[in-house]
Write a protein that binds this ligand. Structure first.
Ligand code: AMP
Length: 391
């Protein structure tokens, strides 16, 4: 994968695919500008090297229809504020007007294009659309790790039509962090996997059996494993069609000498509600109609012990419904243990990044990925199409 550092950019039109799909409140105020901040290093570099910078991103799911609420104008304004430099805005991402705006760009100037997904061709990876985007530039840089698992025009389409394509600093950093933690880990490697569904992480779980030393399972995902072992999980969330798969994973872990840890106690509730009645019970003592919404304290302590001796920790998925205070303790204990360990720790984006933040440990995690889906894609042992497109 070529790096932006290896490509001459002075005076060149450089198209940078960023991920400015930012969370906003109902008044279109950006509530978290981390994704913009993560790209500032590259933008500074391109400005210092006198490139003409074209930024492109998607926002939400407009499905090919213009939607004012999903405009990238607030993102462009937010970027201008952070940089304290002007950022021009184009109200489309292709067309004559955009071409004119780009032709007028001076060295170091920035033009942010409107939402790529206002054209349905973006998600369809339409070659004609990709070619139109490619024609806007001399150099293509992918700085959008979080969408690099997608085969979309601005991710895998454009590189086919440009003579120079490479990775931005963030993409490089993401791939390197994964390489350091998963492909060349300090042993033992402990994976902490939780969240809502086994199905969404099944391929990752199966692949991880090829390299982890300890596999810690929490969250609703643990319920399916408990049920597979004959425990009555009562009203807890489970995936019945994956019971056999869970048994196979437990068996495979045993054969490979991987320690697979499951909850021994649980925090259960009489309903899925932040005001629900709760108690802590042994894993096989869930009352009728109650549901498991967090791992219990004995389990959390056991998990923390296993984490303590790790050389590398990969964490994806909370241990319980951490968004509700009554079910956040398990995730908090595990998060503290990860942050307190000497291990290199990497956290898969999305909800887990949020959980790390909420638990107040984000600054003590070695690396928090900016992309949940892309991170999982790599954990599944697959190459990212966006990275392959740059090779
Ligand atoms: P994921 O995106 O798969 O990592 O899932 C994250 C979601 O899993 C969070 O919103 C949690 O509230 C939810 N979750 C974790 N544990 C449980 C549980 N025991 N029952 C229901 N939902 C859970």
């Amino acid at each position: 994968m070529k790096s932006v550092r290896d490509i001459p950019v002075e005076g060149k039109r450089v198209f940078v695919r960023v991920d400015y799909n930012l969370p906003m409140d109902e008044n279109l105020n950006i509530t978290d500008d981390n994704r913009i901040r993560a790209t500032i290093g590259l933008i500074d570099y391109l400005q210092a090297h006198k490139a003409k910078i074209i930024l492109a991103s998607h926002m939400g799911r407009p499905d090919g229809v213009r939607d004012k609420k999903l405009s990238l104008l607030p993102a462009a304004q937010c970027l201008a504020k952070i940089l304290d430099r002007p950022v021009l805005f184009a109200d489309d991402c292709i067309g004559d007007k955009v071409e004119q705006q780009i032709a007028g760009l001076g060295a170091g100037q920035i033009l942010m294009l409107e939402n790529l997904r206002f054209h349905k061709e973006e998600k369809k990876n339409d070659a004609v659309f990709a070619k139109k985007l490619a024609d806007l530039c001399d150099v293509y840089i992918n700085e959008a790790f979080a969408v690099s698992h997608r085969n979309q025009a601005s991710v895998t389409g454009i590189p086919k039509f440009v003579s120079q394509a490479g990775a931005g600093f963030l993409l490089e950093k993401e791939v390197q962090a994964y390489y350091d933690s998963v492909e060349h880990p300090q042993k033992p490697l402990v994976a902490v996997i939780g969240g809502a569904k086994v199905s969404s992480k099944l391929a990752a779980l199966e692949n991880m059996l090829n390299f982890v030393d300890h596999l810690i399972i929490g969250g609703a995902m643990a319920n399916t494993f408990l049920k597979a072992q004959g425990i009555d999980t009562k009203g807890s969330m489970i995936e019945t069609d994956l019971l056999e798969t869970a048994v196979a994973i437990i068996e495979k872990a045993k054969q490979k000498g991987i320690e697979l840890l499951l909850p021994v106690d649980l925090v259960v509730a009489d309903r899925f509600d932040k005001e629900a009645n709760t108690k802590t019970v042994l894993a096989d003592e869930i009352p009728d109609n109650w549901m498991a919404l967090d791992i219990g304290p004995k389990t959390a302590t056991r998990y923390a012990q296993a984490i303590q001796d790790a050389g590398t920790i990969v964490w994806n998925g909370p241990m319980g419904v951490f968004e509700m205070e009554k079910f956040a303790a398990g995730t908090q204990t595990v998060a503290n243990a990860i942050a307190g360990s000497k291990a290199f720790s990497i956290v898969g984006g999305g909800d887990t990044g949020l959980a790390a933040k909420q638990c107040g440990v984000a600054d003590r995690i070695s690396y928090i990925s900016t992309g949940g889906g892309a991170f999982l894609h790599m954990l599944e042992g697959k190459k990212l199409p966006g990275v392959v497109a740059l090779e």
